[in-house]
Design a protein around this ligand. Structure first.
Ligand SMILES: Nc1ncnc2c1ncn2[C@@H]1O[C@H](COP(=O)(O)OP(=O)(O)O)[C@@H](O)[C@H]1O
Ligand SMILES: [Mg+2]
Length: 319
């Protein structure tokens, strides 16, 4: 197994083409709708499998229709679901999102995913992979206390590790994150998350402080691309110029492209170009997995956008 992904999984119900957000006692009609696999970790697993990495997903869903739907979606993407925990104690989570070209509003029911904890994870299974990835640290209160132990064991067994913290809905930005960061090789926050976790307003100060933990910090800045901090090195790579339809899962798709190349030992500029390409291409349709490209589609896109790709860190990314 190339990569094992541990973390959040839920259904996403996305509405797009709304004239504006509805107010109380108001009904708005959406022009399009998607009922699809969601949860940053699950979207990432699906997408990196689509690129060709052999992938296992470890998380928790209910014994209900939504749980069946999610497991089937992962199986269809070629992800190993044998270690997914199913329990009837609570329903599977669902997130309703109202999506606008550059913004969104969401309502989430986390359901059973919040109770998933370290004791439900088969550590021997994790150790079979070359790489461990986790997303949505702050959305998983059950898993948070055990995460440092999970990452420590993965590192001890020789795995590479990566973490995308995602947003903290409680705006506390702690929960053992500092402890966990010592065992993370690739840290992948967006701009808001990076500055909040580093407790500074400045992106550059945040990047330097986070890279001080000894890993590569990749800060995603939406349409502005990414800033990468690695030791004393600092690279800013612009994003591809596109008109996004729905940015749900753009960060997770970036992670999939970046880590797919990292797994193959590619140099940093190539990892960045693949991350930016996957992030950009994923915004062509509603949901986090729908428009995600295959590896050959990424190669075609990079060739077509050669001038932009070359700007992503010096060396041409190669195709
Ligand atoms: N409007 C956009 N134009 C081009 N690329 C984008 C756009 N939005 C996102 N991306 C790509 O997806 C990556 C992640 O998006 P971002 O919104 O920063 O992450 P997150 O979804 O975690 O907040 C960006 O670094 C970029 O490569
Ligand atoms: Mg994100």
């Amino acid at each position: 197994m190339d990569i094992v992904v541990v973390g959040d999984i839920n259904v996403d119900l996305i509405f797009a083409g709304l004239p504006s957000l509805p107010s109380f006692r108001e009904l708005k009609h959406a022009k399009s709708m998607k009922f699809t696999l969601g949860g940053s970790s699950a979207i990432f697993a699906c997408n990196i499998a689509r690129l060709g990495a052999s992938t296992g997903f470890v998380g928790k869903v209910g014994k209900d229709h939504l749980g069946d739907f999610l497991v089937e979606a992962l199986v269809a993407a070629g992800v190993d679901t044998s270690r997914i925990v199913r329990d009837s104690e609570l329903p599977t989570g669902i997130c309703v999102s109202m999506s606008f070209p550059n913004d969104y509003a969401m309502v989430s029911y986390p359901g059973i995913r919040e109770s998933f904890s370290l004791k439900e994870i088969d550590i021997d299974y994790i150790k079979q992979a070359r790489h461990l990835h986790m997303s949505s640290f702050y959305l998983q209160p059950g898993l948070q206390p055990g995460s440092p132990e999970l990452f420590r064991q993965a590192k001890y067994a020789g795995l590479m590790t990566s973490l995308d913290p995602d947003h903290d809905p409680n705006e506390k930005w702690n929960g053992g994150m500092q402890q966990l960061l010592h065992d993370v090789d690739l840290f992948l926050p967006n701009e808001v998350e990076a500055t909040k976790i580093a407790r500074t307003e400045e992106l550059e100060a945040a990047g330097k402080s986070l890279a001080g933990f000894g890993h590569t910090t990749v800060i995603k800045v939406g349409a502005k691309g990414v800033c990468v901090f690695c030791g004393d090195k600092h690279i800013h790579a612009p994003a591809f110029a596109i008109q996004p339809l729905d940015t749900t899962g753009a960060g997770d798709s970036f992670n999939a492209g970046f880590i797919f190349q990292h797994l193959r030992g590619a140099p940093l500029p190539k990892c960045i170009a693949w991350g930016n390409a996957c992030g950009a291409l994923s915004t062509r349709a509603l949901g986090g997995t729908e428009a995600f490209p295959t590896a050959s589609e990424v190669e075609t896109f990079l060739a077509e956008r050669r001038h932009e790709s070359v700007a992503m860190g010096g060396e041409p990314p190669g195709i």
